[in-house]
Design a protein. Structure first.
Length: 203
C-alpha cells in the first residue's frame, strides 16, 4: 500500500447520515473476487433501482472523477465488513470527511489507505453548504491535519498513530515491525530472566 501526505481532488457532498457498511456494499456482492474490483458495487442499492438503472438524482451518479466524499454522521456504521472500504477505494475515493465514523470501518479504512477525516459539526455544515450545488476541488494536508476548500482552511481530527500509518502506507503488521528491535530485546531479556516460562522453541 502506497503512503500519501497530500491530496487534491474533486469533493462531493453526500449529506446522508448513518450510511452503514451494508449500504456501502450489499452482502450479495461480497463473493465477487477482490481482484475483480468492488467499485461498481459502491452504494449499489442507493444508486440503482430494481431494474439496475442508475437513479439520475443520486449525487454519485451525476458526477465523475470524485475522490473525496463529504458524508453525514456515523458513516460506515454496522457490520465489520472490510469490503465496504474496498468498494470506496476501488471507486477512486481517497478520503471521506464526516462528523463521525463507525469505529471498525475507520480502522479498516486506515489499513487500506483511505482517510476517515473527522470534522466538527460546524465545519461539516460549511463544507456541505459549499458543495451543495456542485462538486469542488478540495485539498487535504495529512501531516498538518488540514483541508482547504475554496480558499477556506479547516482542521480535521485523526489519531496520530493512524496518521503515521497513512503517510507511510503501513498496515498493522508494518507498524508492529517498526518495533522489531524492541520486541527482540524484550524476548531475549525474558528468556534470560524467566527461562522456566520461555519454551526452547521461542529461542
Amino acid at each position: 500500500m502506497a503512503g500519501w501526505s497530500k491530496h487534491t481532488g474533486r469533493a462531493l457532498a453526500l449529506a446522508v447520515d448513518n450510511i452503514d457498511t451494508d449500504q456501502l456494499i450489499p452482502a450479495r456482492f461480497m463473493s465477487v473476487p477482490r481482484s475483480d474490483g468492488y467499485g461498481g458495487y459502491l452504494l449499489h442499492d442507493m444508486r440503482r433501482n430494481a431494474d439496475e438503472e442508475l437513479h439520475p438524482d443520486f449525487p454519485l451518479n451525476r458526477h465523475e472523477d470524485i475522490s473525496i466524499l463529504v458524508a453525514g454522521q456515523n458513516f460506515g456504521s454496522g457490520s465489520s465488513r472490510e469490503a465496504a472500504v474496498y468498494a470506496l477505494v476501488d471507486a477512486g475515493i481517497r478520503a471521506v470527511i464526516a462528523p463521525s465514523f463507525g469505529d471498525i470501518f475507520a480502522n479498516n479504512a486506515i489499513n487500506n489507505g483511505l482517510l476517515p477525516a473527522r470534522v466538527s459539526i460546524s465545519t461539516h455544515e460549511r463544507l456541505i453548504q459549499t458543495l451543495t450545488d456542485a462538486p469542488a476541488e478540495l485539498s487535504i494536508d495529512l501531516p498538518e491535519g488540514r483541508i482547504t476548500l475554496e480558499g477556506r482552511t479547516e482542521k480535521f481530527e485523526l489519531d496520530e498513530g493512524w496518521r503515521v500509518k497513512l503517510i507511510n502506507g503501513w498496515d498493522d503488521i508494518d507498524l508492529t515491525q517498526q518495533h522489531a528491535q524492541t520486541i527482540r530485546a524484550h524476548r531475549h531479556h525474558r528468556s534470560q530472566t524467566a527461562p522456566w516460562a520461555w519454551p526452547a522453541l521461542c529461542e
